[in-house]
Design a binder for this molecule. Structure first.
Ligand code: FAD
Ligand code: NAD
Length: 400
């Protein structure tokens, strides 16, 4: 009898953890598993603000897939998913196609642009290794150009970050570390450089603990970050941004951190979605297909206690992967499926070198303690993914 075919699309937190769990839990020859990913590496999305600013080399964030996937148990296909045809149990790839009995969609997020004019064309986003390499190189080029201009062009050394959610805050924290180094390297007066974080809501990190937000704001302002709250970015142009009632701020670098949505391939393949995210059942299956699971940022999970969606996070993607791997096997074995309820342990956000804020098990953390906690969380993930060897190789071993 032929083995059931499981296809996993995307090797982000959700996809790769599903694959790693399956290779541990599956019996020999129980299923034929194929993992498809655009690149031959998995990257740590949660670290990307660092290489984007240039405070970490991008190689530190990536892990070759064959380092964590056992080729004897899982076929890895490096290719790009173009479309899913759930009625035909088929996936169209850029260079071929595959068929499946069970599908796990883990294609991750993309920037939500909310139809803002010029945003797609003129702003960068923190999305992948390729996208952050471009941001780092672009910023360096603007700094290098500054002293070559016949007239003073302060826009070259103005960096606008659109959105002060966790991504925006973590990124400006890294920029505040990097800018003094760039100023020294390119002979630029630090006081002329502007890092401006623009946020539509009245506060940074809307909805997060007020005391921690105040700590973050004070710290980042001391390091030279300017915040413009209650200010909406209306348009992004080649020269900068248009805010509020039409005021222009000139900047050669605009990085959009104003929100995310599920990968558009999912909606374009005909799945029911809300901002690109599939409102999954309790067992992580799509509403319409019994053999299709969604894991990570492409899934919309409702927190029933407050009747609102959970924010899309790696924390949830990793936890959901454990349940999805079990549920795929349960289907094959004719067993009952488990429900998934996220167990939110907390949130910790970095604010540059040695600084962070966080709430873990309802306890507030600041400064060096929060920063060490963030590194412990990062190392714990590497331990789950590839064991102590991977922590040793890619981990953040210096906690303080
Ligand atoms: P992703 O991590 O987005 O991975 C998707 C994968 O699919 C990638 O490997 C991609 O290459 C691949 N892929 C995409 N399209 C295709 C295609 N067409 N064909 C083939 N492969 C494809 N969350 C936390 O819990 N804690 C944090 O501290 C945290 N920090 C963050 C910091 C930053 C800067 C950012 C941007 C996000 C952060 N998040 C954090 C959110 C977290 O990164 C996401 O929730 C998480 O990455 C979602 O995981 P995922 O598996 O759904 O997808
Ligand atoms: P987000 O949606 O959390 O924040 C986007 C921010 O941009 C919001 O504050 C919003 O008010 C603002 N915004 C939207 N449109 C705007 C406009 N036109 N002008 C100005 N401001 C505008 O998005 P994110 O920060 O990218 O985070 C995405 C997900 O990743 C979230 O679930 C977040 O919790 C998670 N994340 C977690 C961490 C962490 O735990 N350390 C770090 C980064 C991201």
């Amino acid at each position: 009898m032929s083995r059931p075919k499981i296809a996993i699309l995307g090797a982000g937190y959700g996809g790769i953890m599903t694959a790693v769990r399956l290779q541990k839990e599956m019996g020999a020859n129980e299923a034929e598993v194929t993992l498809v990913n655009k690149h031959n590496y998995h990257y740590q999305t949660t670290w990307l603000h660092e290489p984007a600013a240039g405070t970490m080399h991008h190689d530190k964030t990536r892990i070759m897939i064959d380092e964590v996937i056992d080729n004897n148990k899982i076929n890895f296909v490096q290719d790009t998913v173009v479309e899913i045809k759930p009625e035909e149990k088929r996936v169209i790839l850029e260079n071929g196609e595959l068929t499946y009995d069970y599908l796990v969609i883990g294609l991750g997020f993309e920037p939500a642009t909310f139809g803002i004019k010029g945003l797609k064309e003129n702003a960068f986003s923190i999305r992948s290794v390729n996208s952050v390499r471009k941001i780092k190189e672009h910023i360096e080029y603007q700094f290098a150009s500054y002293n070559n201009e016949p007239e003073e062009r302060n826009d070259l050394i103005t960096i606008i970050v659109g959105g002060a959610g966790f991504t925006g805050i973590e990124f400006v924290g890294e920029l505040a570390e990097r800018v003094p180094e760039l100023c020294e390297e390119f002979d630029i007066d630090r006081s002329k450089v502007r890092i401006i974080n623009i946020e539509a809501s009245p506060t940074l990190l809307p909805g997060f603990d007020e005391e921690l937000v105040e700590y973050a704001q004070n710290l980042l302002e001391r390091k030279g970050v300017e915040f413009k709250t209650s200010t909406m970015i209306k348009e992004v142009t080649e020269d900068g941004v248009i805010i509020g009632e039409g005021e222009e701020i000139k900047a050669a670098t605009v990085v959009w951190t104003g929100g995310v949505q599920g990968n558009s391939i999912v909606a374009n393949s005909g799945f029911e979605t809300n901002r690109g995210r599939v409102p999954v059942r309790d067992d992580q299956r799509t509403p319409d297909y019994d053999n299709v699971f969604v894991v990570g940022d492409c899934a919309l999970l409702i927190n029933k206690e407050i009747d609102r969606p959970y924010p899309p996070t790696a924390q949830i993607a990793i936890q959901a992967a454990h349940v999805v791997s079990k549920n795929v096997l349960a289907m094959i074995r004719g067993k009952e499926l488990e429900s998934f309820t996220p167990d939110i342990k907390g949130t910790v956000a970095s604010l540059g070198r040695g600084e962070a804020i966080g709430k873990v098990y309802n306890k507030k953390l600041y400064g060096a303690t929060a920063s060490a906690m963030k590194k412990i969380i990062d190392n714990r993930y590497l331990l789950m993914l590839g064991g102590p060897g991977l922590v040793w190789k890619k981990g953040k071993l210096k906690l303080f």
